[in-house]
Write a protein that binds this ligand. Structure first.
Ligand code: HEC
Ligand code: HEC
Length: 396
């Protein structure tokens, strides 16, 4: 742990440490604070001004979302969050509770998920450094394996499915033995951490773009002394929260539409059509997945999470690493010859995956350019590839 990281950890109560108990506070998203230039170098994180900023962020977020031992649903007039999550479920997922032996037990999330995803959902749990891919940082509200269009967050069912199946080919385990109500509590808690994290990001951006050096996000002293200012600050926070919540409300009840495959789907002709499409410049599949679909085409890109660490700017990257970021790794296109599909291997899963792309990664959504039946031929080809003899590609 670097000197400043240590300092940030102490001052912010950022418990990055490796434990499965419920910490008292959520760590502040210092990486995004650096990204939005609340501080332009890592030393500035130690200044009283910046520490005040970070404290303000923490207290504004916990005003609405509570703390790890006491998570709660934000209460804001005119904003009904009751259908996204409810406080008893969040508490089942996270809060400390007394077990039958009378000892205090941490909630499910801290027992089952935090060692990879971390208490605040940053994906920087103690086990994360060794894993490839890294565990998801939920705080952008960006998820890969879902049935919704790229711009929408996942549905509850998408998250349930990830928990039931795990993500094959990665460290993300299947939690298929958990009872349904426990999984439901975890799904709600993932949404909670996402929305909470997105709100925190919105506050950081607000500070960066809108506030002067001596403006406070929410000045507790103003409540008595300058009530109009205080009201304005509260309204601003709540408007930002409403903006974050909107897509999550919109995605509720979303039903993906998977059209029926064409009659010749899966026939040698269909697979050959899929292969042709795979290597055209219209789809560019081969450019990333490689001439043999082994995943060795374009391999030097980064995903959206990593791009925020400015991997091409050495001085900036050094700051992020000093603040605790995991070292950047390139995002690898998948080898399609292994038959391992992270988002599911049913034809309908692959149809949606190819049509909608994989959010947060370079895998594009080709929906706009292709006819549904051509997407089906691409699916047929992808499912055939594991049986395709590599030395004589295309020979049946
Ligand atoms: C051993 C490490 C590990 C544990 C434990 C773990 N995860 Fe994960 N999780 C991962 C990894 C790695 C990924 C990213 C996989 C990828 O990017 O393809 C991930 C991804 C996810 C995603 C994102 C799926 C998407 O579509 O982007 C969710 C949601 C998730 N995990 C929830 C959980 C929950 C809830 C728990 C606890 C019940 C949990 N995970 C426990 C490693 C773990
Ligand atoms: C710009 C690069 C790029 C292009 C173009 C591209 N892909 Fe991908 N693809 C990726 C990456 C990166 C991944 C892995 C994403 C991840 O899981 O992190 C991926 C993953 C996949 C997967 C695995 C899905 C799963 O559930 O595991 C399939 C199937 C796939 N791509 C098919 C295609 C097809 C078909 C095309 C053309 C229509 C295509 N890709 C075009 C980069 C690309």
């Amino acid at each position: 742990m670097g000197k400043w990281h240590m300092l940030a950890a102490v001052v912010l109560g950022a418990l990055v440490g490796g434990c499965d108990r419920t910490p008292d506070r959520f760590a502040v998203n210092v990486l995004f604070a650096r990204n939005q230039k609340l501080a332009t170098n890592v030393d500035e994180f130690a200044t009283p001004q910046l520490q005040q900023r970070l404290e303000d962020i923490e207290s504004a977020v916990s005003r609405y979302f509570g703390t790890p031992p006491e998570p709660r649903v934000p209460e804001v007039e005119g904003l009904d969050l009751s259908r996204l999550f409810d406080t008893p479920q969040l508490q089942l997922a996270a809060a400390a509770s007394a077990s039958s032996e009378g000892a205090t037990r941490s909630g499910l999330y801290h027992q089952l998920c935090a060692r990879c995803h971390a208490a605040e959902g940053s994906g920087q749990g103690p086990a994360a450094r060794q894993l490839n891919p890294y565990p998801r940082d939920y705080r952008r509200g960006l998820f890969k394996f879902k049935t919704t269009p790229t711009t929408l967050p996942p549905t509850d069912e998408d998250l349930h499915r990830v928990l039931r199946r795990g993500i094959p080919g990665t460290a993300m385990p299947a939690f298929d033995r958990l009872a349904e109500p426990q999984r439901e509590a975890l799904v709600q808690y993932v949404k909670y951490l996402s929305i909470r994290g997105q709100f925190e990001r919105a506050l950081i951006t607000e500070i960066a773009l809108e506030l002067d050096a001596d403006d406070r996000l929410l000045d507790p002293r103003a409540k008595e002394l300058q009530p109009t200012l205080y009201d304005r600050q509260v309204k601003m926070l709540e408007a930002l929260l409403a903006e974050v919540v909107e897509p999550w409300q919109e995605t509720r009840g979303y039903q993906p539409v998977v059209p029926a495959p064409p009659d010749d789907y899966g026939t040698p002709r269909s697979i050959a059509r899929g292969r042709d499409l795979f290597f055209t410049t219209l789809t560019n599949c081969g450019k990333c997945h490689g001439d043999t679909a082994l995943g060795d085409g374009q391999t030097d890109d980064y995903d959206e999470w990593t791009k925020e660490l400015e991997p091409a700017v050495p001085a900036a990257l050094a700051d992020y690493l000093a603040l605790g970021a995991l070292p950047p790794r390139n995002s690898q296109p998948r080898s399609l010859r292994e038959g391992i599909f992270r988002g599911g291997d049913r034809p309908a899963d692959l149809f949606l995956r190819i049509k909608q792309g994989i959010a947060g990664t370079t895998m594009p959504n080709v929906a706009a350019q292709l006819r549904d039946e051509d997407i089906w031929h691409l699916v047929a080809h992808a499912l055939y590839l594991p049986q395709d003899p590599l030395s004589r590609p295309g020979v049946e």
